[in-house]
Ligand binder design. Structure first.
Ligand code: ATP
Ligand code: MG
Length: 763
């Protein structure tokens, strides 16, 4: 083959090219960050299309996010020099699974217009089931059951497959039965939850081999990005689709259904939607003579970061076993990052034991060193990063090329506030902005009603949150009263509780709420607004609602609520705070505006930016205490992979930060810089002082010894400065933080056992 070839192939290195051009048989690309895995996948699709090996609708291509799917389509268009029509099967596992499910909905007792339930609907439904079964929702919260069911679905388990021991974990052994009832109810409601989009798809394939075969035949090529993060259900689904249907085992009826598809008669074709690229050639029948399965998965074991959600990195490790004869291709050249960045990331991840290990090299210049900056506290951290960004902006760098990657979503608040103050455009990726999160909006709604009882929107939002038996009918009745008398809902409620229009239980409940608000309104003038917020969240039962919640995101929501209260400290009173919020909420950036990206490390997977800021590298936050507590060593290694993902997102600049103090409820707590900072190679790291507006000088009031310690960062890093600083702090500050120079095993055990060692801000 001529070295030149089509334009899209030029520029690929020999290994990449091999991965693109090996179209027959299974291929695994196992390679580190930034080595061009995603680029290989995209080029491979271009190659398949332009060599006529398959049409767009015959390629199944799975990406991790919808955004990644859109990007791939865009790149594909650029490579082929024309917009790519079709590609109906390029998307996430869930979007593709949902699509297939709709075509065959009747076969799984749904109709094609079935609804996909969100978490709230799911919880409501489970609550009904618990009530019907006389299970105490307080002792056995619906959210806990929802979490269990999600976990089972991620593992591909139908109700009958749930191990007895696990079914016993809920409602005195009724977990499995409730799961079964839940699935039945979903069918009656013509609904599916998120997990069903794959699980029901798997059931469909298992119970209807003819349908499975039609898809096995349809998909001439299967491509999967981020394979290291597939969970069991996703793996099973891929396995089913990637098996080669053999002609000998193909029953006549299946031939029938496939050929009926071809001539457009009912059957599969009936559920096809207009616009789909319909199979018309003889390929389908021809392919029944057992073609090799052309599946290409790409991934990196060092970037497996969804173990906590059931992802199985083993999937990638046993690829050769699952797909005999697989060609495994390794890519070793990193095209993304400069030398220092790559060295720092590689050195860090080398501290993990459970890994395959790989070589990565760059031919890029060393570039700027990775910087580590200690800020006084998170406010100063945000101020310093804000300044660095403005400086980059002045030097002509696009904001689009700058990202802030946080470990926990509550960290975003400080940056968002700072950017609003600076007038710096930003966007939050992969989730709502801090003040738009459901739990924050709920909490704000309480405060808004206290501030202004006529705020009907706010009142309606929380009248039944947490649930207090004031359902839609009650709210409707309040609306009727309010409209008739032209008064706010709150006043209508105050009237209604003195009549017998409501059933006694609802009336009592509404009276309780109104009285609470009246009490809080009085307290508003007596206590600090932060304290008021705490009282309200506590007395309303709102915090408790999330404390009882066993779903995966509940702890994060509680963190966000605490951060909300903390953010109020910066304002003089409730009024001032709420005004600030309305300003923040008002800021709407256009999609193509030049803006800084703010997101969690988890949502940053696969992305790249010229400059990446990584704040909050402190023990307890990163590595996150929860990961250490719940998963021990495995949790720590997953956190380290996350740190590795973070650094490898940077092309030219990686800027790590830690705050030496976190302020919580008005008190200062000293933190310990992340052990991951100790694990960075000194030769590639530069330790800088915070350039935050106030500088250290302004902080000296908080104690000269700390100030001295922090100052020592700048001097030398032959022994990393933060290590020395810790030791000093340990000596001067009661000893609880010192002496962390011992091996990792030693420090890890003391972290999970001694509460004094815990960074104070974790929950
Ligand atoms: P991650 O593991 O982070 O998902 P990846 O392996 O998927 O990374 P890509 O995103 O595909 O890596 O590529 C990283 C960067 O390197 C991209 O900007 C890509 O365009 C560029 N790149 C990849 N291969 C080449 C090449 N042969 N020549 C020039 N640039 C390349
Ligand atoms: Mg990628």
């Amino acid at each position: 083959r001529a070295a030149a070839g089509p334009a899209y192939l030029s520029g690929l290195n020999p290994e990449q090219r091999e991965a693109v051009e090996t179209l027959d048989g299974p291929v695994l690309v196992l390679a580190g960050a930034g080595t061009g895995k995603t680029r290989v996948l995209t080029t491979r699709i271009a190659h398949i299309l332009s060599t006529g090996r398959a049409r767009p609708a015959e390629i199944l291509s799975v990406t991790f996010t919808n955004k990644a799917a859109r990007e791939m389509k865009l790149r594909l268009g650029q490579m082929l020099g024309q917009a790519v029509e079709g590609m109906p099967w390029l998307g996430t596992f869930h979007s593709i699974g949902g699509r297939i499910l709709r075509y065959h909905a009747e076969l799984v007792q749904l109709t094609s217009n079935f609804t996909v339930l969100d978490t709230d609907d799911q919880i409501r439904l489970l609550k009904q089931l618990l009530a019907a079964d006389n299970i105490d929702d307080k002792r056995w919260p619906a959210r806990m059951l929802a979490g269990l069911i999600d976990g089972w679905k991620n593992r591909g388990l139908t109700p009958s497959q749930v191990p007895a021991g696990e079914a016993a974990m809920f409602g005195n052994g009724r977990g499995g039965k409730l799961y079964a009832q839940y699935q039945e109810r979903l069918k009656i409601l013509n609904a599916a939850d998120f997990g069903d989009l794959l699980l029901e798809n798997i059931r469909l394939f298992r119970e209807h081999p003819d349908v499975l075969r039609s898809y096995q035949n349809r998909f001439k090529f299967i491509l999967v990005d981020e394979y290291q993060d597939t969970n069991v259900a996703q793996y099973l689904w891929l396995r089913l689709l990637s098996q080669t249907p053999s002609s000998s085992s193909l029953p006549g009826s299946t031939r029938q259904s496939i050929s009926s598809q071809e001539d457009g008669s009912p059957g599969l074709a009936a559920s096809r939607r207009p616009g789909d690229d319909v199979e018309t050639s003889g390929n389908v029948v021809a392919s029944t003579s057992a073609p090799p399965k052309n599946i290409c998965c790409v991934g990196d074991d060092d970037q497996s970061i969804y173990g906590w959600r059931g992802a199985e990195v083993d999937n990638i490790l046993r690829f050769d076993h699952d797909f005999p004869g697989a060609k495994v291709i390794r890519l070793e050249r990193n095209y993304r990052s400069t030398g220092h960045i790559l060295a720092a990331a590689s050195h860090l991840i080398a501290h993990n034991e459970g890994r395959l290990g790989k070589t990565l090299r760059t031919e890029d210049v060393d570039g700027e060193m990775v910087t580590v900056t200690g800020a006084w506290d998170s406010e100063e951290e945000a101020r310093a990063i804000g300044e660095e960004i403005e400086q980059l902006q002045r030097q002509g760098h696009a904001l689009n090329e700058i990202a802030i990657l946080v470990r926990a979503s509550f960290q975003m608040r400080e940056f968002e506030d700072r950017f609003v103050t600076l007038g710096l455009p930003y966007r939050v990726i992969g989730g709502p902005r801090f003040y738009e999160r459901a739990e924050i909006r709920d909490a704000l709604a309480y405060l808004r009603v206290i501030n202004s009882p006529a705020d009907d929107l706010a009142f309606e939002r929380i009248v039944n949150v947490p649930k207090r038996g004031l359902g839609d009918a009650t709210v409707q009745m309040l609306h009727d009263h309010a409209r008739k008398r032209r008064i706010p809902l709150f006043d209508a409620a105050r009237m209604v509780i003195d009549t017998d229009e409501l059933k006694p239980k609802a009336r009592g409940s509404l009276r309780g709420l109104i009285e609470s608000f009246e009490r809080w309104q009085v307290q508003r003038d007596a206590v600090a607004h932060t304290e008021l917020a705490e009282i309200v969240l506590d007395e309303s039962g709102y915090t408790e609602m999330w404390q009882k919640d066993r779903s995966a995101d509940a702890a994060g929501r509680l963190e966000n609520l605490k951060e909300l209260v903390r953010s109020m400290e910066e304002f003089e009173n409730l009024q001032g705070f709420l005004e600030h919020i309305s300003l923040v909420m008002d800021r709407e950036g256009g999609a193509d505006e030049d803006a800084v990206s703010v997101m969690t490390l988890h949502s940053a997977k696969g992305l790249e930016f010229e400059t990446v800021f990584l704040p909050g590298w402190e023990e307890g936050l990163f590595p996150h205490q929860r990961a250490l507590d719940e998963q021990g060593r495995a949790g720590l290694e997953e956190e380290r992979r996350l740190a590795h993902v973070g650094i490898t997102r940077a092309r030219k600049r990686a800027k790590l930060y830690f705050a030496t103090n976190r302020r919580i409820h008005g008190t200062w707590n000293t933190t310990i810089p992340s052990r991951f900072l100790d694990e960075l190679p000194a030769a590639n790291v530069e330790i800088t002082e915070s350039k935050g507006g106030s500088g250290w000088g302004g902080m000296s009031g908080y104690g000269p010894s700390r100030f001295d310690n922090v100052e020592s960062f700048g001097s030398s890093y032959s022994t990393p400065g933060w290590q020395r600083a810790q030791a000093q702090r340990g000596r001067s500050g009661g000893g609880s933080n010192g002496g962390r120079s011992g091996g990792f095993g030693e420090s890890s055990s003391s972290y999970s056992s001694g509460s004094t060692r815990r960074a104070p801000f974790t929950i």
